[in-house]
Design a protein. Structure first.
Length: 149
């Protein structure tokens, strides 16, 4: 019974939480990052919890004042990694699944753009994945702060 209720809750969250945004989230000018004080190392930071969609974890590797690697993982409210099955409770042909998969794909794109551009303000927000984008910005800034202590 608990699994059934959990599945129903997750389906409701996906239907209400993925949103139908069609415009990208604005990128404030404050998304500039400064690596001048960053120490070499690997830094792992967890985002704030979104009450509907879960949290994300960023691992950032810095060497010689450059971001050389970044990985970003999204987790649903139950602690499951957002992957190929994320949003599939109502079927993989459903609109909910397709919306959820936009976020899953964005989670892969954001860190690659950061490593390529070395500039958080140049990481493009993806329509339909604004919560993931916000979590990415939050964790990147916090990781850079940690690296600069």
């Amino acid at each position: 019974m608990k699994k059934f209720l959990a599945a129903i809750c997750a389906a409701c969250l996906l239907m209400t939480g993925c949103g139908g945004e069609k415009t990208p989230a604005p990128k404030p000018a404050s998304n500039k990052i400064d690596l001048s004080d960053a120490k070499d190392g690997t830094y792992t930071v967890e985002s704030s919890l979104d009450e509907k969609l879960g949290k994300s974890v960023l691992t950032l590797t810095i060497k010689d004042k450059k971001i050389i690697d970044a990985s970003f993982t999204g987790y649903d409210l139950f602690g499951n990694v957002k992957g190929e099955d994320y949003g599939s409770l109502t079927g993989k042909d459903s609109a909910d699944y397709k919306k959820a998969q936009v976020a899953v794909n964005a989670i892969k794109v954001y860190p690659a753009q950061l490593v390529e551009t070395q500039d958080l303000s140049k990481v493009d927000a993806i329509s339909g994945a604004s919560i993931s984008y916000g979590q990415f910005v939050e964790t990147t800034k916090r990781a850079i702060e940690e690296a600069s202590k």
